[in-house]
Write a protein that binds this ligand. Structure first.
Ligand SMILES: Cc1ncc(COP(=O)(O)O)c(C=O)c1O
Length: 362
């Protein structure tokens, strides 16, 4: 049988493993930070109608600039973070924020260039970086998973990367960054600064978004997604806000008609239901805070979380705890520092099942 190694594949891809968070059929899937609340019947109906509306013209390519969708996304961001004054000219969309990140690296990274991130952080940043031919530089987060401005600036000055990734709230730790750290990096970085806010809508009261820094910072890109708070992971819709010149750069690398007419219609419909969809965010935040308190009460070490997941530990053998939970029907994630585990925040019922299973497992 032919294996991948028998093919004339790029040398730098040899030996790599594909992305593989387990997709198992379990009663309690708490491993990929999805939103546990499915669309309401009303939204399901509206989504069906929206798809019907575009179905009759699927012989045509979609609007390759997704202009109406970008207008809707800008309107959402203006409501989420008042005062940012965004328009479609400063908002770009793609198939998940993973594709957004890929386009950023295609435009601003590449062979002979570097991207720097502060780990532990989102595991796909280094993967997408390296697959784009860009060299990855790991500058570590502080011991409490935060990032002091001085240390961040020192790393940026030492390595002078073409792209810096700052994830806030960070995955897998849940840690949000103070604007001071982001501003300090923006001042020191010679290249692009990407603030990945995939979990931005879950941030605690008083935690500002990097969207507020866009004015006057043409090398800042803030990325968001509809996969988490918007409960639309299956839609695959990610987006960014940045200076219009950044969008001009991305137009050079995006594939023609990258965002299907169905995706655009579904995403716009979901955005028109944003109050309903984001209505679940407060419940998830409350559930998260209760989970953190419970875990601490049980004697675990827990990272502060501004996201819809919690990193907790520490376990001499986390694999054994993970397996024991799985046997009880609860799938969480073995990710981040070796002695920690990450659990996504689910419904009250899912969280009760997790607590019961953890009591029997740890
Ligand atoms: C920090 C972060 N960024 C980006 C993504 C990618 O999200 P999507 O491609 O679904 O928009 C994720 C997904 O888990 C994430 O955790």
């Amino acid at each position: 049988m032919t294996s991948v190694d028998d093919l004339p594949i790029r040398d730098d891809l040899r030996g790599r493993k594909p992305y593989g968070a387990p997709q198992l059929d379990v009663p309690y899937a708490l491993n990929t930070n999805e939103n546990p609340y499915p669309p309401s019947d009303r939204l399901v109906k509206a989504l069906g109608e929206a798809v019907m509306d575009v179905a009759g013209s699927l012989n045509r390519y979609p609007d390759r600039d997704a202009t109406l969708l970008r207008e809707d996304l800008a309107a959402f961001l203006n409501a989420d973070t008042p005062g940012v004054g965004l328009t479609a000219a400063r908002v770009w969309a793609a198939n998940g924020s993973n594709e957004i990140i890929q386009q950023i690296l295609q435009a601003f990274g590449g062979p002979g260039r570097t991207a720097l991130g502060f780990e532990p952080s989102y595991s796909m940043h280094p993967v997408i970086t390296e697959v784009s031919g860009t060299r990855w530089i790991d500058a570590h987060r502080d011991a409490d998973f935060g990032l002091e401005p001085e240390r961040a600036v020192a790393a940026v000055k030492e390595h002078r990367p073409d792209v810096v990734f700052l994830t806030s709230p960070n995955n897998p730790t849940g840690t949000a960054l103070p604007l001071a750290s982001i501003e300090a990096v923006l001042d020191a970085a010679p290249g692009m600064v990407v603030v990945d806010e995939a979990y931005g809508e879950f941030r605690r009261e008083g935690t500002p978004s990097a969207l507020t820094l866009l004015a006057g910072h043409p090398r800042l890109i803030v990325t968001r997604t509809m996969s988490k708070a918007f409960a639309m992971a299956g839609t695959r819709l990610g987006y960014l806000a940045a200076d219009p010149a950044v969008l001009d750069a991305l137009l050079l690398v995006r594939l023609p008609y990258h965002l299907s007419a169905v995706t655009q219609a579904v995403a716009r419909t979901a955005l028109s239901f944003r109050e309903e969809l984001l209505g679940g965010v407060d419940a998830l935040r409350a559930e998260r805070d209760a989970l953190v308190a419970w875990l601490r009460g049980e004697g675990f070490t827990v990272a502060d979380s501004d996201a819809n997941f919690v990193l907790f530990g520490t376990f001499p053998d986390r694999g054994q705890v993970w397996q024991s939970l799985l046997v009880r029907g609860v799938l969480i994630r073995e990710v981040g520092p070796p002695e920690w585990l990450r659990v996504s925040v689910g419904t009250p019922e899912e969280m009760a099942a997790f607590r019961e299973a953890l009591k029997e497992s740890a």
